[in-house]
Design a protein. Structure first.
Length: 223
């Protein structure tokens, strides 16, 4: 199986971490999104949405990191995606919440408008309103996740699942704008347990490099 990805991509790192921890062998194909390689050449024929990651398995292509996680877990029989219908529904419920409701505000209303010029709003007033709206919504989301983890070891129960890999990858983007999770003790405990996974340092090398580049940049964050 071939994975088209970029190491700085949040959603790519989700898949890379899961595959590394599960021992799933993937042939890596870096798509240099920083130079626009995802917009031209052969990649649009792989993923017409022109986004990474994308997985190719013997001519069958899957895009979207959550779908890729489910595909890899089901294909390999991973315990991280339980076969019990109710347990699987809890996993899917959390992945879908993180991927839609939470990520919309976390990524596209708080983090990315402050990091990337193509996400910045057209006026200073619009930018400020977007970021502060995202900040307030994110606080609600973080409080919700903290409450969930008050009675669970992991996001979907007491076992490590693809919801944890997905959630940890999404949460890791907050390190770029220096989000402080210590005010959410249950969430912070869980996130630190994910950061302690053996493969995390290698998968997160690009994230750490990006953080270093931004160390003196002021951000609206979650203090």
């Amino acid at each position: 199986m071939k994975l088209y990805f970029h190491p700085a991509s949040t959603t790519s790192r989700i898949v890379l971490l899961f595959a590394a921890e599960e021992g799933i062998e993937l042939k890596p194909e870096v798509v240099d999104i920083l130079s626009g390689a995802h917009l031209s050449g052969s990649f649009p024929s792989v993923n017409p949405k022109r986004l990474v990651p994308a997985l190719e398995d013997d001519g069958f292509i899957v895009s979207e990191s959550a779908a890729i996680l489910r595909y890899l877990a089901a294909k390999t029989g991973s315990a991280a995606y339980p076969t019990d219908l109710r347990e699987r529904a809890r996993v899917d419920e959390m992945v879908d919440y993180l991927n839609s409701d939470f990520y919309r505000d976390w990524g596209y209303n708080l983090i990315y408008p402050q990091l990337f010029p193509h996400h910045k709003r057209d006026s200073d007033a619009a930018q400020q309103c977007t970021v502060h709206w995202g900040q307030e919504r994110v606080r609600n989301g973080l409080a919700y996740l903290d409450s969930v983890l008050a009675s669970r070891r992991h996001l979907a129960g007491d076992k490590l699942t693809i919801a944890d890999y997905f959630g940890a990858g999404i949460l890791s983007a907050g390190e770029l704008i220096r989000v402080d999770l210590t005010q959410y003790p249950n969430l912070n405990r869980w996130y630190e347990s994910m950061r302690a996974l053996p493969s995390w340092p290698r998968v997160s090398e690009a994230l750490e490099g990006f953080k270093g580049m931004l160390k003196d940049t002021p951000f609206v964050s979650i203090p």
